[in-house]
Design a protein. Structure first.
Length: 152
């Protein structure tokens, strides 16, 4: 069976103006031209052909965004397809470092162990794209009345 993770990659232009759209097309063209991004790009762009990702994931050219969510996946950095997605987030992080470019991104991974969490945020709005919610305990059906409490 193996070790499983949940992974989210979100990349988005901070604005949707003419310059941002041009910059987004430049970024996507660079991803398409990089052979190390090829596996991920095929998955991100083949969703409608019954291959690749689901309908809710991929590259949105109108809104200048890329989104993918893997649930219950074996995410090993040594796997070629994982390296392809890591290459995309790596390239995005460089663009996010450039204030003139106006891009934000995040990479989030939660493993099976409570301490196995990776949170990487880039750009001005990386934290706004996605976040990890911490587990909490919610009591639903405990019948406890403080008036009936045992007191020594």
């Amino acid at each position: 069976m193996g070790y499983r993770s949940e992974v989210v990659i979100a990349i988005q232009m901070d604005n949707n103006d003419e310059r941002s759209i041009r910059d987004w097309h430049l970024f996507i063209a660079e991803l398409k031209a990089d052979p190390k991004c090829d596996m991920a790009m095929r998955e991100l762009t083949n969703g409608k052909n019954g291959e690749g990702l689901g309908d809710e994931e991929g590259i949105d050219m109108k809104n200048c965004s890329l989104y993918v969510h893997f649930s219950d996946v074996k995410w090993y950095d040594t796997d070629e397809w994982v390296q392809s997605y890591n290459r995309i987030i790596g390239k995005a992080s460089h663009y996010c470092d450039d204030d003139k470019f106006g891009m934000s991104a995040c990479f989030l991974r939660v493993g099976e162990e409570t301490t196995d969490i990776v949170e990487e945020y880039y750009g001005a709005y990386g934290y706004d794209l996605a976040y990890i919610s911490k587990p909490y305990i919610e009591t639903t059906d405990v019948k406890f009345d403080p008036d009936n409490k045992l007191i020594q």
